[in-house]
Design a protein around this ligand. Sequence first.
Ligand SMILES: C[S@@+](CC[C@H](N)C(=O)[O-])C[C@H]1O[C@@H](n2cnc3c(N)ncnc32)[C@H](O)[C@@H]1O
Length: 215
Amino acid sequence: MKFKYKSFWRKSGLKGKWGNIYLEHLSHFKPINFLEIGVFCGVTARNTCDYLNKIHGDKFSYIGIDLFGGKKNTANNEVEPDFLKDQKFSNPFKNLYYNHILKENLNSIESNTKFLKKYKKNVKLIAGDTNSELKKINLSNIDYTFLDGGHSYDTVTSDLEILYSNLKGKNKIVLCDDYGQASMITEVKSAIDDFVNKNRINLKVIKDRFAELTF
Ligand SMILES: C[S@@+](CC[C@H](N)C(=O)[O-])C[C@H]1O[C@@H](n2cnc3c(N)ncnc32)[C@H](O)[C@@H]1O
């Protein structure tokens, strides 16, 4: 079954062909319990829930964690993709609609809760910095993680270490964004390479962008 990634007139980290490449990857693993680190405006969350609902009906869970506009624990060493800086849209109609008519911050927990309300029984959104909050979440049954939150070396390392301490030896998948040339963030790549070498993890590069790690 082919599933098409939709943008829902919001912003997404997975533009153009990347959404479909992500969904194709997800469809190889068909996870029941899913974690997204870095929800942003919820577009990948919504596409993921639509897909998991299609294949599992009501029997899936989605956990998403994001700062949702709150404060980071770490000082100023975070590396942010440019599209995160302001709620600016190249499309003037979107700008008018979200910034002047609805006055809605698409990265807020309220906006994401509303956007995902169709799946409210399956979805749990957590506001906070993964450097302190990720270890408080029960990760033991997570089958598949999309790691796309803080992009600094320290945050990526911390997220991977926490995931690994919960999922080690369970044959679970962590898909990391911004590893390969297509969207590489040097700090992300270095953190992943150091983590993988230290723990002797299997790494597969997907379409020159994502790093697939098997724990
Ligand atoms: C690249 S965006 C995520 C894009 C999203 N996965 C998608 O596909 O549309 C990164 C998100 O990570 C969040 N973030 C950055 N640092 C974080 C941290 N330390 N803890 C939790 N979330 C963080 C940002 O607020 C932002 O929404």
